[in-house]
Design a protein around this ligand. Structure first.
Ligand code: DX5
Ligand code: ZN
Length: 221
């Protein structure tokens, strides 16, 4: 039986009360916390760095923190996020000069590594690195902002990624990120995802538990 992971993106959380909001979403049934790091260079937006990750750990958050690096270059921030308490770290392969080295660095720092694919990033970046991956993150919007609409063609891409994982015989998680809602999560799961990032769908509603329960109900259907 597939294990489904719900990963709220704090990009849509209340930054002025971040610790409380993260506690609240975990109490509402979230499995892990998705952490969108943007540098105003690789993507046209600026969010937060390792200090905020460390602050959440210091506040007492023990859930896995899933760091999604939308930055270029990547290696310095991989080290800093690992030291700040990240659990998973993923980066966009075209933002790294040496993909294998960056993946090795994540593992050396004791974290689990992922590669991220934008809607138009080719999957050949998976060649030769499958043995290094804990997860593959498929972007279903172009990176940079929360609240965008799900790009439907990424369902085909998810199916291709699922096929590659199946053929590899490895237990690699497949994460989807962007425009995930209650009304499309089932179709996304059917296409092959098992980790679901959702920012605005959860944090823009008053009752986080209600949204997460509805998502789980769809996934169980
Ligand atoms: C976009 C980020 C996403 C974003 C998802 O660049 O990687 O994680 O927060 O937000 P929603 O769920 O609102 O599309
Ligand atoms: Zn993300």
């Amino acid at each position: 039986m597939t294990t489904f992971t719900i990963a709220p993106s704090i990009l849509s959380a209340d930054f002025a009360r971040l610790g409380e909001d993260v506690e609240k979403v975990l109490a509402a049934g979230a499995d892990i916390i998705h952490f969108d790091v943007m540098d105003n260079h690789y993507v046209p937006n600026l969010t937060f760095g390792p200090m905020i990750c460390q602050a959440l750990r210091d506040y007492g958050i023990t859930a896995p923190i899933d760091v999604h690096l939308m930055v270029k270059p990547v290696n310095d921030l991989i080290e800093q996020f690992a030291d700040a308490g990240a659990t998973y770290i993923s980066f966009h392969p075209e933002a790294s000069e040496h993909i294998d080295r960056s993946l090795q660095l994540i593992a050396d720092k004791g974290c689990k590594a992922g590669l991220v694919f934008n809607p138009a990033t080719p999957l050949h970046y998976l060649d030769h690195v499958m043995d290094r991956l804990h997860h593959i993150l498929v972007m279903s919007v172009n990176p940079g902002f929360g609240g965008q609409s799900f790009i439907h063609s990424t369902l085909d891409k998810l199916r291709l990624v699922r096929q590659r994982v199946r053929e590899s015989g490895r237990d690699i998680r497949i994460e989807i990120d962007g425009g995930v809602k209650v009304d499309n999560i089932r179709a996304i799961a059917d296409a092959g995802a098992d980790m679901f990032v959702a920012g605005s769908a959860i944090f823009n509603q008053p009752d986080y538990k209600h949204v997460i329960d509805q998502m789980r109900k769809e996934l169980a259907a």
